[in-house]
Design a protein around this ligand. Structure first.
Ligand SMILES: [Fe+2]
Ligand SMILES: [Fe+2]
Ligand SMILES: [Fe+2]
Length: 399
């Protein structure tokens, strides 16, 4: 049951941070690896426990403000200098969530250079220490080449980092890194096969459970990350959620089911973070392969959400939001008997929102035009007619 959440904050944030790496293999472990490097540095400089905890969450979410595929790839370039927008956007997003306020500030300065000339106006020790640690860890991580054997990279990476000591990085942290880099086990821990387990194992202790309200706040943040990715649907996830909740209330769902619906609707398109923008924003029809990539997104959503304890239903409803009653949907093609009510609600809310929003290949439709198309869809058993009827009532009452 979600209403008395049993989920650790740690587990929740760790699972969702996985969504930030969905785009490509190169970035798939970026946040986890940066966290691993940060935790090693934190232990060596003997950070106190509360700072280590803040560092952990900040590192897991540090690039949350890089929205487009291009942004995500650009910031992986070691020499890239236009880092300011994603730092500021990350700050703005995380600052909305009470338990992430401190992390928000750390994220804001995570590319500030030690010797100054930063947009923030900060330099040297005026830059928060945790931001300095993430900055160093982040640049170490982008130097890793997954095509090359990991232990062989120590020399090259260390040399590059040392050359920027006192320029980009705090010299004390660079010295600390050199000590860590001399241990093979540190490098082995960066291998994509191991890094998740190791980060979980060495994560600072944090026995706090997450409240439903905070889950919803954080889900809102991730819904925005999905919405900001595309130029054409900046409010899609929040509109789907608003409509889904109205439908849920109209159908008399219990408080606990409505809470699940809330989170599931906010996060239903999380898997879209795996789709390159040139496919998502393509103004022409998609090729067979491109359409296959689109069809995978509910599965990615599921993989991220199912890792959170108690999220079986939340994950399944989101997973099935492109399934159809007649079995003709994607990605599974499951039929009426296997599509739960929560998923059917999200499907109807999703279709109505999508039809009434601009898309690269068409202008937005009016409510009446959208309903007409959806009535046709209901006739072909693609969506649930009972839920569509409630949507029609909601729209009529609004008029
Ligand atoms: Fe960054
Ligand atoms: Fe980064
Ligand atoms: Fe979708």
């Amino acid at each position: 049951m979600l209403d008395e959440s049993n989920v650790f904050i740690k587990k929740f944030i760790f699972a969702l941070s996985g969504a930030l790496g969905l785009l490509s293999q190169r970035i798939s472990k970026h946040h986890q690896r940066v966290t691993h490097i940060c935790l090693n540095l934190a232990n060596k400089v003997k950070l106190k426990h509360t700072d280590k905890t803040t560092l952990f969450y900040s590192a897991l979410l540090h690039d949350i403000g890089a929205f487009s595929s291009q942004d995500k790839l650009d910031i992986m370039n070691f020499e890239y200098i236009n880092y300011q927008p994603h730092c500021e956007a990350g700050f703005q997003l995380l600052n909305k969530v009470e338990i992430l306020r401190e992390a928000a500030t750390i994220v804001r300065y995570h590319h500030d250079n030690w010797d100054g000339v930063n947009n923030s106006g900060l330099n040297k020790d005026a830059i928060p220490l945790l931001s300095q640690i993430i900055h160093l860890a982040d640049r170490i991580e982008v130097l890793i080449n997954d095509q090359e054997e990991i232990l062989a990279q120590n020399k090259r990476i260390t040399k590059r980092i040392v050359s920027l000591s006192s320029i980009w990085f705090n010299p004390i942290l660079v010295e600390t890194f050199q000590k860590i880099a001399s241990r093979k086990i540190f490098w082995v821990g960066l291998m994509p096969e191991f890094v998740d387990t190791i980060v979980n194992e060495f994560a600072p202790e944090d026995e706090r459970k997450i409240t439903i309200e905070t889950m919803i706040e954080i889900a809102h943040v991730f819904a925005q990350v999905v919405d900001y990715k595309s130029h054409h649907s900046r409010t899609h996830c929040s509109r789907v959620t608003e409509i889904a909740l109205k439908l849920g209330r109209g159908l008399g769902l219990s408080k606990s089911k409505l809470q699940k619906l809330w989170i599931s609707a906010l996060l239903h398109d999380l898997g879209k973070l795996s789709i390159p923008d040139e496919i998502l924003d393509k103004p022409a029809s998609l090729t067979y392969n491109e359409y296959n990539i689109i069809k995978m997104h509910p599965y990615f959503t599921y993989r991220i959400l199912i890792a959170i304890p108690g999220f079986d239903e939340v994950a399944q409803w989101a997973f099935f939001h492109h399934e159809q009653i007649n079995g003709g949907g994607y990605p599974l093609g499951v039929d009426a008997d296997n599509i739960p009510l929560g998923a059917r609600i999200i499907t109807v809310a999703d279709q109505f929102s999508a039809l009434t929003e601009d898309r690269p290949y068409r202008h937005k439709l009016s409510s009446d035009e959208a309903i007409k198309i959806m009535e046709e869809n209901a006739r072909w058993q693609m969506i649930d007619k009972k839920i569509l009827d409630i949507l029609k009532q909601i729209i009529t009452n609004k008029k």
